[in-house]
Design a protein. Structure first.
Length: 332
């Protein structure tokens, strides 16, 4: 349910089931190519498993992006200037956010997240780390325009969207989000906000597939946790041991796809509805798009942002791009 404030409240039925989760799962399982949106990975266990993924030797994006944030702070500061309100799309990470805040010396920090719990925890941690910095957390779905607190209205904005989370969206959704970010940060009211965004790069298939199928099996657990969540929260009867994790590079769409593959025929119920899968059928659970310099620029331009400067880590695995909201003009 969305209130006028833009705040999203989890809408539960009388038995406590998250209605949006049930709707997405039932719709996704009824399709010929079964597919469930990746956002449902992140229950408490899934969020913990994702943290564990970021520490796996094969999963380079977190380390590569942190390296750029650590090494290029002076350059960000020169281009961005002081006294901005940093608007983070997401709760903020305990490592990356402090590196950015230290570099750009903002006048305020505004984390936006749909999950109030994560938001409060990370806002408290950030306030403790930066005692003089006003922190204004906003619990909201940032896929739409969000009203920012009055306290930051007069400040120039710098959006921050690290992690290559933009890559988890299909291009059409990514463009919608980039446009919402513009609107949230006042671009339509004549301000020219900036955006610092992480975008993972296309590279060898072997490196990419290994990053999403680590040797310890943590990503496999992360993927399979979705089935456990369905069983627990939606009265599912899925025989989870009959599924295997798959991470496959789709070269046409420049993305890693994660699937849950049925290793034998399976019949199961979810919320009283029956489903069948043949051996080899999959449930598509995540896309992680990878970018080239040009495809990243094209996506940003389509979303109303002009790229200004791009940094990569030493091994050219990951990019951080600074962009500015494109001024509206009709020609050419
Ligand atoms: C959150 N997101 C950017 C991660 C990614 O790399 O696409 C999610 C993830 N899925 C498996 N490993 C990591």
């Amino acid at each position: 349910m969305k209130a006028d404030t833009g705040i999203t409240i989890v809408d539960r039925d009388e038995t406590g089931v998250d209605k949006a989760f049930r709707a997405d799962v039932l719709k996704g399982l009824a399709q010929r190519q079964k597919a469930i949106p990746a956002r449902w990975f992140y229950d408490e266990r899934g969020s913990q498993l994702f943290e564990d993924i970021t520490k796996q030797p094969e999963y380079y994006p977190t380390r590569a992006e942190t390296e750029i944030l650590r090494d290029r702070g002076i350059e960000f500061a020169e281009l961005v200037g002081p006294d901005r309100a940093v608007v983070e799309f997401g709760s903020g990470s305990s490592v990356k956010t402090p590196l950015l805040l230290e570099a750009v010396d903002p006048a305020a920090y505004v984390p936006l997240d749909i999950s109030g719990e994560f938001l409060r925890q990370s806002a408290v941690a950030l306030s403790n780390k930066f005692p003089g910095l006003p922190v204004h957390p906003v619990e909201a779905d940032f896929m739409r325009k969000v009203e920012l607190p009055d306290e930051v209205e007069h400040l120039r904005k710098l959006g921050f969207f690290p992690g290559s989370t933009i890559g988890n969206m299909v291009p059409r959704t990514a463009v919608d989000l980039l446009r919402s970010m513009r609107a949230t940060m006042g671009a339509d009211e004549g301000q020219l906000p900036m955006l610092l965004i992480g975008m993972d790069l296309v590279k060898d298939r072997e490196v990419l597939e290994a990053a999403y199928a680590d040797g310890e099996g943590v990503t496999a657990k992360f993927n399979c946790n979705l089935l456990h969540r369905i069983n627990r929260e939606l009265g599912g009867t899925i025989a989870t041991e009959k599924f295997e994790h798959r991470a496959i590079w789709n070269d046409d769409f420049a993305r890693i796809e994660m699937h849950l593959l049925a290793t034998e025929p399976v019949d199961f119920e979810v919320s009283g509805k029956r489903f069948s899968m043949a051996k080899g059928d999959t449930i598509h659970t995540e896309n992680s798009h990878k970018f080239t310099r040009r495809s990243a620029n094209t996506l940003l331009l389509a979303g109303g942002w002009t790229p200004l400067k791009r940094w990569t880590d030493e091994d050219d695995r990951f990019s951080l791009i600074l962009a500015q909201a494109t001024e509206q003009r009709d020609a050419p």
